[in-house]
Design a protein around this ligand. Structure first.
Ligand code: ADE
Length: 437
C-alpha cells in the first residue's frame, strides 16, 4: 500500500501525521487539500481535486475553475439530448484564435431555483479542474446571461454503451482494449487527484470520432439523481447497484477502490458490446449473488486475461483490488503483446484439473476471503490448522480431505468442494496465461 492509498482509505479522521501536515498549511492550501469526502492530501505540491462545496459561494468556485464565455462566440446548431436541468445541444465555439471547434452545450432551463443553478454549475467546477486526454474537457460556462450554459468538447460517437450496442461485434479485441486503456488512464488521473467518481459506467463514458473514450458526468449527488440506473437503498442513498462495490452499497464507503470495482463492470460492458450487467436480475438478487461470491462470467469471445482482470477488480476486500495505475500498465502490456489476448475463455472452459505443480500466479484472495465469499468462514481455523494456508493448496483437496479437516455437514462439504472446483478452473486460467498485474 502506498502512502497515498493510506490517506485515501482512512475515513476522514486525521491521524497524527495528517494533523501535522494540516497545521503547516495556509488556509487556501487547506482547501486545496480537502479531498472530496473529507480526505486530506498528503503533499501540498501535488495537484488535488477541490470539492466546490468547500466554497461558501459556489459562484466563486465556478469562476475559479471555469472560463466565462461570451455568448457571441457560441453557435447552437441542434438539440442532441435532454439532461436533468435542460436540453443538451451540439454547436460551435469560436476560440480566441478565431478557430471554430465543435462543442456540446448543456443548458439550464428557465424557472430554476438557486439550488438548481448551484447543482448545475457544480459539474463545471469539478470538470474545470481536470486536464487529461481521457477526461471530457470543459471549454467554459455562460453565467452572466441567460440561459446559463456549460460548454464542453464535442464527442461525435456519443455515449459508449449505445455506441457499442450500435456496432455489435464490429471491433477488434485490440480496439476494445484500447478503449479500456483510455478509460483506465482517465480514472488513474482522477484517483491521483483524489476524486472519486461514484458513477463510472459505460453510459457515462463519451466516445469521439477517433474512438478515444473520455470519462464524463461529474457532480456526485446530482449525477446520481440524474442517473436512471440509480436506485434508493435501505439506508436512503441513491446508487447504481449493478455498477457499485458491495461496501459502497452497504455502508457508502466510496473510494478509488470502489471506482475500480465499477471499472471491472465497464470492462464487462465493453467486452460484451453494451450488454446489461447481470441481465434482467433484480437489484436485490444482484446484491445477494455478489454476497454469495457470484461474479459475472466472461462475455463471449473475451480473452482470459481480461476476464481475470475483471475478477481482480471485483474482489470483496477493497484493498486487494488493483490500483488504476496497475490496470493501465497491465493493459499496456497486453496491447504490446497481442498474442496474450488470443486465449479466449471458451477455449479453456471445461478443463477440469489444474496441473499438480505449484503455479506462479498472484494470490487474488486469501483463504479467509474465499471462505467469507461462500459463507463458510466458520471453517477458517480448520483449514489453517490442517496446513491449508494458501489458495493453491486448497485446490488439491478432495471431498475426503474436506471431511478430514472437520467439515462434517454434507451440505457444507458440497458447497466447499464445488467452490474448489471453480477455484481450480480460475487458477488454471491464470497459470496458463501468466496473469500478472
Ligand atoms: N452528450 C452529452 N455530452 C456530449 C458531448 N460532449 N458530445 C456529444 N454528445 C454528448
Amino acid at each position: 500500500m502506498t502512502l497515498l492509498d493510506d490517506y485515501r482509505f482512512t475515513d476522514g479522521r486525521a491521524t497524527g501525521c495528517q494533523w501535522y501536515i494540516k497545521a503547516k498549511m495556509k488556509s487556501d492550501d487547506k482547501r486545496r487539500a480537502q479531498y472530496q469526502n473529507g480526505h486530506v492530501a498528503p503533499f501540498p505540491g501535488i495537484k488535488t481535486y477541490i470539492d466546490p462545496d468547500t466554497y461558501e459561494d459556489p459562484t466563486q468556485a465556478v469562476h475559479e475553475f471555469a472560463k466565462e464565455i461570451d455568448t457571441s462566440r457560441i453557435r447552437i446548431e441542434r438539440v442532441i439530448g435532454a439532461g436533468e436541468f435542460g436540453e443538451v445541444c451540439s454547436g460551435r465555439l469560436r476560440t480566441p484564435g478565431k478557430k471554430e471547434i465543435p462543442v456540446a452545450i448543456k443548458t439550464l432551463k428557465g424557472g430554476y431555483v438557486e439550488r438548481q443553478r448551484k447543482d448545475f454549475l457544480r459539474e463545471a467546477s469539478i470538470m474545470g479542474q481536470f486536464d487529461h486526454p481521457n477526461i471530457i474537457r470543459l471549454e467554459g460556462v455562460v453565467t452572466k446571461s441567460r440561459p446559463v450554459m456549460i460548454v464542453v468538447e464535442y464527442m461525435e460517437n456519443g455515449s459508449l454503451d449505445s455506441f457499442l450496442r450500435k456496432h455489435d461485434g464490429h471491433f477488434t479485441i485490440i480496439q476494445l482494449v484500447g478503449m479500456l486503456r483510455g478509460i483506465a488512464s482517465g480514472m488513474k488521473y482522477l484517483s491521483d487527484m483524489g476524486y472519486v467518481h461514484r458513477d463510472l459506467a459505460a453510459r457515462n463514458i463519451l466516445v469521439n470520432s477517433n474512438l478515444v473514450c473520455k470519462v464524463s458526468d461529474f457532480g456526485l449527488s446530482r449525477v446520481l439523481e440524474d442517473d436512471p440506473e440509480a436506485a434508493y437503498t435501505t439506508t436512503g442513498g441513491k446508487i447504481p447497484i449493478r455498477w457499485t462495490a458491495p461496501e459502497a452499497i452497504a455502508f457508502r464507503k466510496f473510494s478509488s477502490a470502489s471506482d475500480a470495482w465499477s471499472y471491472g463492470i465497464v470492462m464487462w460492458e465493453v467486452m460484451s458490446y453494451g450488454e446489461r450487467p447481470y441481465w434482467e436480475m433484480s437489484n436485490q438478487d444482484v446484491i445477494l449473488s455478489i454476497e454469495e461470491g457470484y461474479r459475472l462470467p466472461a462475455p463471449m469471445g473475451c480473452p482470459v486475461a481480461l476476464h481475470q482482470l475483471m475478477l481482480h477488480c471485483w474482489q470483496k476486500e477493497r484493498n486487494h483490488r488493483p490500483k488504476f495505475t496497475d490496470v493501465v500498465s497491465f493493459l499496456d502490456k497486453l496491447i504490446r503483446n497481442p498474442s496474450s489476448l488470443l486465449t479466449l475463455v471458451e477455449d479453456i472452459q471445461g478443463l477440469p484439473e489444474s496441473p499438480g505443480d505449484v503455479p506462479d500466479y498472484p494470490m487474488f484472495i486469501s483463504i479467509g476471503d474465499w471462505l467469507d465469499s461462500i459463507k463458510m468462514s466458520q471453517y477458517k481455523n480448520n483449514f489453517l490448522a490442517a496446513g491449508f494456508t494458501t489458495l493453491d493448496s486448497v485446490t488439491t483437496m478432495s471431498i475426503e480431505d474436506v471431511r478430514q479437516i472437520g467439515v462434517t455437514l454434507i451440505g457444507h462439504q458440497r458447497r466447499i468442494v464445488s467452490s474448489i472446483q471453480t477455484l481450480r478452473l480460475q487458477l488454471f486460467q491464470v497459470q496458463e496465461k501468466g496473469f500478472h498485474v
